[in-house]
Design a protein around this ligand. Structure first.
Ligand code: ADP
Length: 616
């Protein structure tokens, strides 16, 4: 059914039907003209064929002029009997007075001598003009011809000859010819229809192929080619379609590779990119933006950009479009995954100026903000740290100035305090200088291969010496050091001065924060590809929440206590920088009230393939 409808709608059918209709119209016009002409000619020639010859009319005219009617009528009847044609049915001779003088049909002989009632006969007698007409009698057509008989002497007509001939045979002939013509027309029409279909098929076939190729091209298949059947307009069109297919394929390839390039650029960009339509709904978002916002592409496509960036309470899409300002956006504020993004908005505009969307570029400025914050914090910390000893110095110097220097009891004590504070400030400035050198990368590393067992032993010996020296001193804190070193020699490449500073700091802390008589255990453990030095004390320990922060600059768990013990709060920060400069790691573990352990892990390459290492 569908195919039938398709065929009826096709150009193929339309061309064929137009062709056929034209053929039929031509045949009809020719046929109508032809049959009309044929009919006219046949009637004309029939009329001529039934015309009474002039010889006969002359003879009849002679008889009509005679006065002996009876003899003349007999003579005329004889003439008529002699003049007998198969086509003529009836002949009557009527004289000038309208009296029927003779008839050819014997059955009508009683009409002879009677006056004719036919008005046409009267008209012809008067007008002396020949007259003919076709009459229908009981469904049979006949031709009536009334011819005036001229007198032998000239002048008016002496009578008329009335001839009636049946036209049935004539019309039968015409019908036969018309039928033949109709049959021929029908055959010609059918033949014409077949030819029209074939011709239109030949014309529409290339068009059909081009249509199929266009559909294939639309679905992205450019592999096919249209066959070129000729070099006429259709052939040229087919060549143009083939050319177009190649061009479109090339253009498609170019735009596809362009798209892939853009995709690649967007995917590998370190900035997040979000594009929206003109309503602010997201149409494109790259990997980096998704990772910033911790969302999947499915979740955000079609969503409003203001909602995604959490700006819906501050501004509308119209505000964003009209101002295209730069914004700082905080994501997961207050959590450990906090991100600070710098968002730059710009419009996507067509050449006509029509705004079709918005592009937002997100740049992660978390680190920058953190650094700026830390810098501000650091300046405030340094000012604060220096202000305390300076204030204390000023008050002691003022007291001395006001006369305390004369008091032999307090003067030495005041001077001791000023000396301690000055030394603490010098220590702090020195620590800050080494940190600053580390930060700027100007602190040069003097690396050398060292036997770590020996190096650690040497440092701990110094602390043992300090215990021995202070044995008699009641005020100095008592402690003991336990060594638990791997029996294997561990060779590492380190800057001995800087590493001494680290170990001194951790050991000093262990002593500082340990109770009197505490035991400090120092272990040296060799692992597969690193060595770990751990220093445990039995001191007051560090609360869990502070464990990560003690390596920050100026961070102290108990500020008053640390300050009282002369601490700067920078020792562990310097230690961390030094260890990390050795590509190592430093961390602490502690059980509050029971002691702390500090770990220093350094990279290590075993010299032998023994593959043995210590258990922790
Ligand atoms: P400070 O000069 O104050 O000792 P550090 O950077 O060396 O500065 O140490 C930072 C803080 O870490 C100290 O103030 C202290 O609160 C804590 N701390 C360091 N070592 C220990 C330890 N062995 N036991 C307990 N707390 C410690």
């Amino acid at each position: 059914m569908n195919n039938k409808v398709k065929f009826l709608q096709s150009i193929n059918f339309k061309v064929a039907i137009v062709f056929m209709l034209m053929l039929l119209a031509t045949i009809e016009i020719i046929g109508a003209y032809f049959t009309r002409q044929l009919e006219q000619n046949t009637i004309d020639s029939f009329e001529t064929s039934i015309q009474v010859p002039s010889l006969i009319t002359n003879q009849i005219s002679t008889q009509l002029e005679k006065s002996d009617y009876t003899k003349a009528n007999r003579e005329i009847s004889n003439i008529l009997a002699d003049y007998d044609t198969s086509q003529i049915n009836d002949v009557e001779v009527i004289d000038g007075r309208g009296i029927i003088r003779a008839v050819s049909n014997i059955n009508d002989s009683d009409k002879v001598g009677q006056r004719s009632t036919n008005s046409d006969i009267k008209d012809v007698s008067f007008s002396n003009q020949k007259f003919s007409k076709i009459v229908k009698d009981n469904g049979n057509s006949s031709l009536v011809q009334i011819t005036p008989i001229s007198s032998q002497t000239g002048g008016t007509a002496t009578g008329v000859i009335y001839v009636r001939a049946s036209m049935e045979s004539v019309f039968a002939d015409i019908r036969e010819v018309t039928l033949t013509f109709l049959t021929a027309s029908l055959v010609a029409s059918l033949l014409g229809a077949v030819i029209a279909l074939l011709v239109s098929r030949a014309i529409t076939r290339p068009i059909e192929e081009m249509k199929k190729q266009a559909i294939r091209m639309a679905s992205g298949d450019y592999s096919g080619k249209v066959r070129v059947y000729s070099h006429d307009e259709l052939g040229q069109l087919a060549m143009a379609v083939n050319n177009l297919s190649v061009r479109v394929e090339e253009a498609q390839d170019v735009s596809e590779s362009e798209r892939r390039r853009l995709d690649n650029v967007l995917t590998h960009m370190t900035d997040g990119v979000i594009a929206t339509d003109r309503h602010g709904n997201i149409t494109i978002i790259n990997e980096m933006a998704l990772s910033f916002l911790n969302k999947s592409e499915k979740e955000v496509i079609g969503e409003s950009i203001t909602e995604l960036l959490g700006l819906q309470d501050q501004m509308t899409m119209q505000d964003l479009m009209s101002n295209q300002q730069e914004l700082i956006i905080g994501i997961n504020e207050g959590s450990s995954r906090e991100l600070i993004l710098h968002a730059n908005f710009s419009l996507i505009q067509r050449i006509t100026g029509f705004v079709s969307g918005l592009v937002c570029v997100l740049h992660d400025v978390t680190e920058q903000h953190k650094n700026e914050r830390e810098q501000r914090q650091f300046v405030s910390n340094v000012s604060h740290e220096l202000r305390t000893p300076l204030t204390s110095l000023r008050s002691y110097v003022e007291a001395l100035n006001d006369g305390a220097w004369k008091d032999p009891k307090v003067a030495p004590q005041f001077l001791k305090v000023t000396q301690d504070e000055t030394e603490r400030m010098i220590r702090m400035i020195n620590d800050l200088l080494s940190l600053s050198r580390m930060d700027q990368g100007t602190a040069k590393m003097e690396l050398e291969w060292v036997n770590l067992n020996e190096f650690l032993g040497y440092i701990l010996d110094r602390f043992d010496m300090m215990i021995e020296k202070s044995d008699d001193d009641e005020k100095t804190k008592k402690y003991s050091i336990k060594r638990k070193f791997t029996p294997r020699d561990v060779w590492v490449e380190i800057d001995t001065d800087k590493m001494t500073q680290v170990l001194d700091n951790i050991m000093n802390n262990a002593i500082k924060y340990s109770p009197d008589g505490g035991v400090i255990t120092v272990r040296l453990v060799q692992m597969q590809n690193h060595v770990v030095i751990n220093i445990s004390d039995q001191g007051l320990g560090i609360p869990r929440k502070d464990l990560n922060k003690i390596f920050d600059r100026f961070y102290r768990v108990d500020k008053a206590r640390s300050r009282k013990q002369g601490g700067t709060g920078l020792g562990l920060a310097i230690s961390k920088e030094v260890v990390e400069a050795h590509h190592g790691r430093i961390w602490a573990d502690s059980a509050e009230g029971r002691g702390s352990t500090f770990y220093i892990s350094l990279p290590f390459e075993p010299l032998s393939d023994g593959g043995e290492w210590d258990e922790i």
